[in-house]
Design a protein around this ligand. Structure first.
Ligand code: HAM
Length: 419
């Protein structure tokens, strides 16, 4: 028996309606903020991600689904969208079409992580990227968009964490300070952190190892080394969030796991989903476009994990949307009338009603059970004495009352269903 690959999920019809409603909400909110949808291929050249996200990051060094195709090129299933959007921005010279590109997406992503609750190998993100402006208003806007969507879902157990990584120059000065501080502790660091010491020292803040954590408690913070411009940028972001009624806290240790960030980084954490608690993450990436070979263009964005969001909704008992019931279920009393019943059903569907019937020639009892299962508002009986008299019997399933209509009077029948 062939099964789905570990860490991937089938979204069955009980859930797919919820997914569609969530996607509808994302489309609606993105449109309010004037972001336009972008769709990019599922796979890209591996070099895009290694150059864009950074060779030393966990995503690139451990988690990518990469393969060599028949022409010998290394390809990778996209682990995130920012690099792909940046590639498309450069490839299509989007800067020439619009001074600021405001783009959003909803798409599957792939990372070979150890699966657990809220962490999958194929998962789905929606997110936004604004490329072409350094305005701190956009950093704040990203956080507000995510927060608005989460609030519309009804989520409340949320914590917005923000930080600033400043510009490269001050970050490099700080990295040296951090190295100086860590050198005497080097032998006590975990093996992972020892490796990060040279290649990605900021990420030691993310270590879950107890000893690492106690060493990092006393470490100097990047915030203390920010230059004036970075501080002003960060202060504006904070002020806008305050004025927009988005509660947040500054977490000076929030470095995030991708290399392209500068200035603002942020995450929104849920207290309702266990250890994989980041519902979204994002930040500013002013050097990415240039690093990928484009003309310098600053950018900022975020992405949210749909599986985690829906898990948070389930655990908080919110966004419990259910598909609309059927309008009409046809009960066929006489199997010879199959085609007549089908035609009537088709007419109802073409009038915009959700209608269905039994295709398995089952008993009337079984058909009634089916109508109840679909919560159908009406049942339409085709056959029996009524049909011999040239009539349909329509039954309102919640009130129990019945109506007769001439088979030639579909208009009357439709009017009744519409009432
Ligand atoms: P990220 O923090 O790697 O950022 O992912 C964003 C969100 O995707 C996470 O907060 C989480 O909700 C979800 N996510 C990540 N990995 C998994 C997984 N294995 N299973 C389930 N959900 C997952 C980025 O991807 C950046 N591209 C965000 C960004 C956009 N920064 C700037 N623009």
């Amino acid at each position: 028996m062939i099964k789905a690959i570990t860490g991937t999920n089938d979204i069955l019809s009980e859930d797919s309606y919820k997914w569609r409603e969530l996607e509808k909400l994302v489309n609606e909110i993105m449109s309010l903020y004037n972001y336009k949808e972008i769709r990019t291929p599922i796979f890209e050249e591996t070099a895009l991600f290694s150059r864009g996200i950074g060779d030393a990051t966990d995503i690139v060094s451990k988690e990518m689904y990469s393969f060599i195709d028949r022409s010998g090129v290394s390809l990778t299933l996209k682990p995130e969208m920012t690099a792909s959007v940046a590639r498309a921005f450069i490839e299509h010279s989007l800067d020439k079409k619009q001074s600021l590109s405001k783009l959003y997406y909803i798409s599957p992503m792939f990372r070979q992580e150890r699966p657990q609750a809220g962490r999958f190998r194929q998962f789905h993100q929606f997110g936004a990227e604004a490329i072409g402006s350094q305005s701190p208003l956009l950093d704040a806007e990203m956080i507000i968009i995510a927060y608005d969507i989460f609030a519309r879902l009804g989520l409340t157990n949320l914590k917005v964490k923000i930080n600033s990584l400043g510009v490269t120059e001050s970050r490099e000065v700080y990295k040296e300070k951090l190295k100086e501080y860590l050198r005497p502790h080097f032998n006590n660091l975990s093996e992972d952190s020892k490796k990060r010491f040279d290649i990605n020292i900021l990420r030691i803040f993310d270590s879950k190892d107890d000893r690492d954590q106690s060493i990092m408690k006393e470490a100097p913070l990047l915030m203390e080394y920010l230059d004036d411009v970075s501080l002003e940028h960060f202060n504006t972001v904070k002020k806008v969030l305050e004025n927009s009624n988005v509660p947040f806290e500054v977490d000076p240790k929030l470095v995030r796991g991708l290399d392209y960030y500068c200035h603002t980084t942020f995450e929104i954490i849920s207290g309702s989903v266990g250890s994989q608690s980041a519902l979204c993450g994002g930040g500013r990436y002013d050097g990415l476009i240039e690093q990928l070979g484009g003309k310098p263009a600053p950018g900022v964005g975020f992405a949210a994990g749909i599986e985690r969001l829906l898990l948070a909704c389930k655990n908080e008992n919110v966004f419990d949307v259910k598909e609309e019931p059927l309008d009409v279920y046809i009960i066929l009393l006489d199997s010879e009338l199959k085609s007549d019943a089908f035609e009537a059903m088709l007419e109802l569907r073409r009038e915009g009603f959700k209608a269905d019937a039994d295709y398995l020639t089952r008993s009337i009892k079984a058909q009634m059970r089916e109508a109840n299962k679909f919560n159908s508002r009406f049942t339409l009986f085709v056959g029996g004495d009524e049909y011999k008299n040239g009539e349909y019997l329509l039954k309102n399933m919640s009130e129990g009352n019945q109506f007769l209509f001439k088979t030639s009077d579909m208009k009357g029948l439709i009017k009744k269903i519409r009432e």
